[in-house]
Write a protein that binds this ligand. Structure first.
Ligand SMILES: [Fe+2]
Length: 278
């Protein structure tokens, strides 16, 4: 049997200068280190890691240099696209070994991973928190997806193209989700849309495809579905997603696992040496 393709999805790292805490409270560097340790310990190893934006917090050369120090122990290849907290030019300069679709402008990328295409698009809008896929990005995406009609693809971006119910985040989600949906109608090979930005594990459908938001390694946006708090965060158990693509008839299928970050007791056997349940 062909082994599945395993894509790890992490998001919203919010790395600051060494020693600085996000919002005066969250040690995002320590959180990323724990995340990298958990990624490196996975068996079987993921084929690739996707980082869907907000790599830096208040982007500067110092923050991206710190990010690179923290990612250096990562034993897996990764692809990254910007979020609203990133700076395209600084991020591109900080990732010199990474190829993007164009030498300037939005950071879009396609990485074939065996029989699966990993496609990541830049939904950031310089100077704004909300997301938008520019005409150049949509044209590139249409062309890249049009190169095949049979190869399954996963699509990653920072801003969710749907409403979550968390109002202050929905106000800054992807503003032209309708254009993305119309594009996806032409490309049934996209089997998963995966976003970040909200720091919470979320499942829905978009354009008829399974769709997720990846939890963060640090803080979570408070689960506030009736806006009774000001915009707030909570230190919840950190996690990331593993999207596992199984080949099969049609485009195969994808299962998303939520993986808690940290060291946990186990694994312990269910059965004793006599084969009986313990
Ligand atoms: Fe964001």
């Amino acid at each position: 049997m062909t082994p599945p393709v395993i894509i790890a999805h992490i998001s919203d790292l919010h790395i600051k200068a060494p020693g600085a805490l996000a919002y005066g409270k969250v040690d995002t560097a320590a959180a990323l280190t724990r995340c990298v340790e958990t990624l490196n310990a996975l068996s079987p190893r993921p084929d690739m890691v996707v980082i869907s934006g907000d790599l830096a917090d208040t982007p500067s050369r110092t923050e991206y240099a710190h990010l690179n120090e923290l990612l250096a122990p990562l034993a897996l290849p990764f692809v990254a696209v910007p979020g609203n907290h990133d700076d395209r030019t600084l991020m591109r300069a900080a990732l010199p070994g990474h190829s993007f679709a164009a030498p300037g402008g939005p950071l879009n990328a396609l990485r074939p991973v065996r029989d699966l295409d990993v496609v990541a698009v830049d939904s950031s809008v310089p100077g704004h928190s909300y997301g938008l896929l520019g005409d150049d990005t949509l044209a590139w995406l249409d062309g890249a997806l049009g190169a095949s009609s049979t190869q399954p693809a996963m699509l990653f971006l920072h801003h969710p193209p749907f409403v979550t119910g968390i109002g202050h985040m929905d106000a800054q989600n992807l503003r032209n989700a309708d254009r993305l949906a119309a594009l996806l109608d032409r490309h049934p090979r996209v089997r998963l849309i995966a976003a970040g930005h909200v720091h919470r594990a979320t499942l829905t459908t978009f354009a008829g495809r399974q769709t997720t938001i990846c939890p963060a390694p640090n803080h979570a946006v408070a689960l506030d579905l009736d806006a009774h708090w000001p915009p707030s965060f909570v230190i919840e158990p950190p996690a990331f997603h593993l999207h596992v693509w199984f080949p099969g008839s049609g485009f195969g299928h994808i299962v998303t696992h939520t993986v808690p970050i940290g060291h946990f007791d186990g694994p312990h056997p269910f059965f004793g040496t006599d084969g009986k349940l313990l």
